[in-house]
Design a protein around this ligand. Structure first.
Ligand SMILES: [Mg+2]
Length: 319
């Protein structure tokens, strides 16, 4: 199918809710954000063999692509609104791939409340990996959450459980057919949008954990000009991961430095502990205090006895 026909058939239906998309027939889209709201803009790619497995399904591409972007909006406290899409696909990729990709995106749009407004598609050599990029436009009332605004002496929290996706990926690398809660976490990030929104007035700084827990905490600390002390045993892991961890302590490395968690990490004043416990109840989402910011340099990791763990042995890298 020719590019224009493909856009009209598979992608124009995704643009119907935004008149400024002109049903993807114009050269550009026209957006007017609702009065009093700021646009929050983020972009992320999903490349075959890098962010998804080789031969990932169209649904896996669509879900990871949108959700990675939404996780960045969540980290800023913003809500999803509109997005553009760029596809670079190998020549001869079947129309059925585009149909399935668009069908999944339609469901994702519905779930998260965002609408396609434009994009571009190109095709490369038949053996080129599929390369997808999405730029998401979120809406924000009031100030955004930032990485750079934590102060020494605050609590550090993480949402949900850490390490599942990294272990899921490791299982998939051994057996691409492996299918359990861990591989689900790898394929299907859950952007913490409700939490991001609720953190206004609570969190002093926030970011989403996508590159690995310690690497991302390091990013937040470096941006804020503080250090951190993290209690390793306080990090919440799922039952499935905990069970493997007991048999194989080397899995700690995946928990601490594996990627793809898409949970939020945030700092908050110690006076808000009860408030944050109530928020956790309200959202039905664990919010776990794993350490504190300090007026030191870098990130220190402590074991259950309070002994300092050497980060270089845990795969921690400054990125
Ligand atoms: Mg991010």
């Amino acid at each position: 199918m020719a590019e224009h026909a493909r856009i009209a058939r598979f992608f124009a239906p995704l643009a119907q809710k935004e008149p400024g998309s002109f049903s993807l027939t114009d050269d550009a889209a026209l957006l007017t954000p609702p009065p009093g709201q700021s646009l929050v803009i983020t972009t992320d790619s999903v490349i075959e063999g890098i962010h998804v497995l080789q031969h990932a399904t169209p649904a896996q591409f669509a879900q990871k692509l949108l959700r990675r972007n939404l996780s960045d909006l969540a980290a800023m406290g913003a809500a999803p609104w509109r997005y553009t899409l760029n596809l670079h696909t190998p020549a001869g990729l079947a129309d059925a791939w585009f149909a399935a990709f668009a069908t999944t995106l339609a469901g994702e749009q519905e779930q998260f409340g965002c609408t396609l407004i434009g994009g571009d598609s190109t095709s490369g050599p038949a053996d080129a990996p599929i390369h997808t990029t999405l730029t998401c436009f979120g809406l924000l009332e009031g100030p955004a959450l930032h990485r750079s605004t934590a102060q020494a002496g605050e609590d550090i929290y993480i949402s949900g459980t850490i390490g599942d996706a990294a272990l899921g990926l490791q299982l998939l690398q051994h057996n691409p057919q492996h299918n359990d809660t861990l591989t689900d976490r790898y394929h299907l990030p859950k952007p913490r949008l409700a939490l991001g929104k609720a953190l206004h007035g609570i969190a002093t700084a926030a970011l989403d954990i996508s590159d690995g827990l310690l690497a991302d905490i390091h990013q937040l600390c470096a941006a804020s000009g503080v250090g951190a002390c993290i209690q390793r045993e306080a990090i919440l892991c799922s039952a499935a991961l905990q069970e493997r961890l007991e048999h194989d302590p080397a899995i700690w490395q995946l928990v601490l430095s594996g990627g793809d968690d898409y949970e939020l990490c945030f700092t908050a004043p110690t006076a808000l502990r009860n408030h944050i416990a109530a928020l956790s109840q309200q959202l039905g989402l664990p919010l776990t205090r794993i350490g504190e910011t300090r007026a030191i340099s870098g990130v220190a990791l402590l074991d259950a006895t309070g002994a300092l763990l050497p980060l270089t042995h845990l795969g921690f890298e400054h990125r």
